[in-house]
Design a protein around this ligand. Structure first.
Ligand code: 15L
Length: 269
């Protein structure tokens, strides 16, 4: 029997992933500041609380095997909110992991940790999953900080840390940029399962994207941990390109972070 703690379980990704991550012998412990009213009591348990409340975090982490840390602000926000929820909140998770002997933390990093990399800089070869951070806002910066916190807790305490630089993890690509950045729900679950496997022992930073025809973010680092995406956003291309041209002259497509690169710093989206 193993217990997987999912922080931010009431959010978009948590809702999408819960049914896909249920396995015989695995309990999903769901942690969120918002109530969840459709708990499957045979496979799930719920802990109410915020990542900004260290006692609540401690109670949530006690007794789990792995933490899947999805909790936090998921787009641009004020500096103080970003610091307390994303940075301080993640540090609280790591501290609790050390205290309770948790050996693995999988974090939802983001493409926005590296949002200023461009298609032209990637050149002929796809952009590596562990390329140097170039945040495109306070939110992206917090994801870079979360990745670096993971490195610290890996090197100090030997915790296995897998930082997932997630593209656009939704039921379908949210817009035409998603033709490159989309990660389907099934591929998201595949990436999480790979992150839980023995092949992911150690420290890894990988892209979270599907096998998109128009993708230019490398699958090489994901392949190392056994991630084999099967879906392709191309099935949405005709519809999504009805009003847009697919050209890397378009800054939305040229830069990893798309429109986030131009969004005013600290302004909530
Ligand atoms: C993210 O990091 C956000 O959490 C998500 O809402 C999307 O905006 C995604 O990036 C994206 O770039 O599509």
């Amino acid at each position: 029997m193993s217990t997987l703690l999912i922080t931010g379980a009431a959010g978009n990704m948590g809702r999408m992933l819960r049914p896909l991550l249920r396995r015989p012998g695995r309990t999903l412990r769901l942690f969120d500041i918002a109530a969840i009213d459709d708990i499957d009591t045979a496979t799930e348990e719920f802990v109410l609380g915020s990542v900004t409340d260290r006692e609540a975090v401690d109670a949530a982490v006690a007794g789990v095997d792995v933490v899947l840390h999805l909790g936090g602000l998921s787009t641009e926000d004020s500096w103080s909110n970003i610091l307390s929820v994303n940075v301080d909140g993640t540090q609280a998770i790591y501290e609790a992991a050390v205290r309770h002997g948790v050996t693995r933390v999988v974090t939802a990093s983001s493409n926005h940790a590296v949002g200023f990399w461009t298609h032209d800089e990637a050149g002929e070869t796809a952009l590596a999953g562990d390329v140097e951070t170039r945040p495109d806002g306070f939110y992206g910066w917090s994801k870079a900080a979360i990745e670096a916190l993971g490195r610290l807790y890996h090197d100090r305490f030997g915790i296995d840390v897998i930082n997932l630089r997630i593209g656009s993890s939704f039921d379908r690509p949210p817009n035409y940029r998603g033709l490159a950045s989309w990660m389907s729900p099934a591929d998201t679950a595949r990436l999480i399962e790979a992150s839980l496997s023995a092949r992911a022992n150690g420290f890894h930073t990988v892209w979270g994207v599907s096998n998109n025809t128009r993708g230019w973010w490398s699958q090489a680092q994901g392949a190392v941990i056994g991630y084999e995406p099967e879906d392709d956003s191309e099935v949405f291309a005709e519809e999504l390109l009805a009003d847009h041209e697919w050209t890397f002259d378009d800054p939305i497509l040229q830069r990893v972070g798309g429109a986030f690169c131009d969004h005013p710093l600290g302004q909530r989206m």
